[in-house]
Structures are given as C-alpha cells and as structure tokens.
Design a protein around this ligand. Structure first.
Ligand SMILES: Cc1cc2nc3c(=O)[nH]c(=O)nc-3n(C[C@H](O)[C@H](O)[C@H](O)COP(=O)(O)O)c2cc1C
Length: 156
C-alpha cells in the first residue's frame, strides 16, 4: 500500500479536513496529492480542482503574508506548522482556518510528504464569562434555555 492509499484509508471519513502534498517547497509547489471530503466540503472545491494545485490556491487578499512566511520557514525547518490562516472558498468567501501541518518521513528517514489537518475556526455559542478569559458560559445560562437543541452545556 503506498502512502496516499494509506492516508485515504484513514482520512476519507474523517470530519477534519486533510490535505497531503509533495515536499517541493519552491513555487509553484507544494503540490496537492490528496484531499479528503471534509476538506472539499470546507473549501467548496472538487477533487479535480485541487489535485495537482498548490494549497496557495486557498489564499486571497486577506491572507497574511507574515503568516505564509511563517509557514514557509516552518516547512523548511522541522516541517511542522500549527497556526491560523485566512483561507478562501471556491465562492470567494473567506474562512479562518486552523492548520496543523506535519512532515511524513519514510522508514529510510526521507521526507516523503506533508500532511495538513485543517479546521474552520468558528465562534463557540454562548458568551464569555466575566473575567474568565477564553472561558464560555453554558448557553443555558445565556438566555437560550428555551431552545431544546442548545441545552447541552458548551465549555471552552
Ligand atoms: C500540507 C499543506 C497544507 C497547506 N495548506 C494551506 C492552507 O490551507 N492555506 C494556506 O494559505 N497555505 C497552506 N499551505 C502553505 C502553502 O502551500 C505555502 O507553503 C505557503 O504559502 C508558503 O509558501 P510561499 O511563501 O511560497 O507562498 C499548506 C502547505 C502544506 C504543505
């Protein structure tokens, strides 16, 4: 089983977006070798639109150049990047994307590919508690308790 078949086996049904690229960091690389359905749903692209392209296709006017420079530095360094970038869907709508990019090494120690786990960052429901930086009050306590589907407490 080759690497892409192995990733496909694991990532096809995952909720998190998964992208695999080759290791060519010079433009126009890196090249997308695999994208799972969750990534395609999030970005609005079809598999045929993204395979063979660079993830740079997701960038637009609001994408931070400092952010992409950091990605470049990280990929050339230890191959690991964790951070957020402004991505754009096929429709042109922007979304904040949390990326976790990791290198994949072969048994012989060679860098074989990069894999990214990508999630859209959405604001949690509920309101921040006073003085509790980053902590959220359960929606039951913020005036939504009449909505049965919102009754599960959500904590940050
Ligand atoms: C697996 C993988 C996934 C990536 N996903 C994104 C992404 O979703 N959005 C983005 O702006 N850049 C993403 N990148 C980064 C770009 O491909 C590129 O490396 C970055 O823009 C830095 O290169 P540059 O300075 O030549 O533009 C990803 C890179 C890799 C290896």
């Amino acid at each position: 089983m080759n690497l892409i078949d192995l990733v496909r086996h694991v990532a096809d049904g995952l909720d998190v977006g998964v992208l695999v690229t080759n290791t060519d960091l010079r433009r126009p690389g890196p090249t997308i070798l695999y994208a799972n359905d969750a990534f395609l749903r999030m970005s609005g692209y079809g598999a045929a639109d993204v395979l063979g392209q660079s993830p740079r296709m997701l960038q637009g006017a609001g994408t931070s150049r400092e952010g992409t420079r950091q990605v470049q530095r990280a990929l050339r360094g230890d191959g690991r990047f964790v951070g957020r970038l402004q991505n754009y869907r096929r429709t042109g709508e922007s979304y904040l994307c949390e990326l976790d990019i990791r290198p994949i090494y072969g048994l012989d120690g060679h860098l074989e590919a990069f894999i990214a786990f990508e999630r859209e960052v959405v604001r949690r429901r509920g309101r921040p508690t006073e003085g509790g930086a980053g902590r959220y009050r359960a929606v039951e306590q913020s005036g939504c308790s009449n909505l049965p589907f919102l009754k599960t407490p959500i904590f940050a």
